[in-house]
Design a protein around this ligand. Structure first.
Ligand SMILES: Nc1ncnc2c1ncn2[C@@H]1O[C@H](COP(=O)(O)OP(=O)(O)O)[C@@H](O)[C@H]1O
Ligand SMILES: [Mg+2]
Length: 242
């Protein structure tokens, strides 16, 4: 379970998150919507402990991560996969080494086991044949898949995904959505930030719209479709890509 409990965060005088409370039940997919610059990435960074709230608490599996030191946070982060917006792979490593990276860093598995596991994670995203390729030789969609394989390397219970459709064509974007839905079926809790409403509908058990620091609407896609708030209607009717 992921919980934001009355979380506020400001940068200077700009209050980006204003008393945001949010519960994401285990094994469900939550989609955070909002215009650019509304604080969606900031919210994800709080969940993984890269930013600390000015007020309020972040709870992961019932545990307040606020008091944790660097070592405690590292421990929590092993259970959280993070797929960054630009899916940055390490360019100087092969795709296989990228997928293996978290295993080398956080486990004591043998080289052989690490290779097997990385290979399995790449197979899960349809990249079984790209193990020895360099990131520069992959398409945008393949890079995103490889980054997903790396994010899933430690079998995290929670996966955070920041704008998975950004820069992808609609078909590739749908393929990524399907992989995310598969992760959810396998039991992973998903928190996905997107502008892409078809994606949000495909992935999200629940959607919420962040605006002016607050969650102005929250519910299933069909509940939000019936919401009378003009901003919510504008979002739900858009087909917006990126
Ligand atoms: N580290 C930071 N320092 C100062 N301002 C920041 C920082 N990170 C984000 N912001 C500001 O917070 C707001 C929300 O940013 P962000 O969460 O990245 O938006 P988005 O919803 O597009 O992901 C923006 O105005 C951004 O400039
Ligand atoms: Mg962002």
């Amino acid at each position: 379970m992921v919980r934001l409990d009355h979380v506020s965060k400001s940068f200077g005088t700009h209050r980006v998150l204003d008393d945001v409370t949010l519960d994401i039940p285990k094994g469900t997919a939550f989609v955070l919507l909002g215009r650019s610059g509304t604080g969606k990435s900031v919210a994800l960074r709080h969940i993984i402990g890269l930013m600390r709230p000015d007020a309020g608490r972040i709870l992961i599996e019932g545990r307040d991560i606020g008091p944790l030191d660097a070592r405690g946070l590292t421990e929590v982060r092993k259970h959280i996969g993070f797929l960054f917006q630009n899916a940055a792979l390490f360019d100087s490593m092969t795709v296989g080494e990228n997928a293996a990276f978290p295993l080398r860093r956080h486990t004591r598995l043998s080289d052989h086991e690490i290779r097997d596991r990385a290979q399995q994670k790449l197979a899960d995203v349809g990249l079984e044949r790209e193990f020895d390729k360099m990131p520069a030789d992959l398409s945008g969609g393949m890079k995103k898949r490889a980054a997903l394989a790396r994010a899933m390397a430690l079998d995290p219970g929670i996966l955070l995904v920041d704008e998975p459709s950004a820069g992808l064509d609609p078909i590739t974007s749908r393929e990524i959505d399907e992989l995310l839905v598969e992760r959810k079926r396998a039991g992973t809790t998903l928190v996905v930030v997107t502008h892409n409403i078809p994606s949000a509908r495909a992935i999200g058990d629940e959607l919420a719209l962040l605006h002016d620091g607050r969650l102005v609407a929250r519910g299933t896609a069909s509940e939000l479709d019936r919401d009378r708030e003009p901003l919510v209607q504008a979002f739900m009717r858009s087909q917006g890509g990126g």
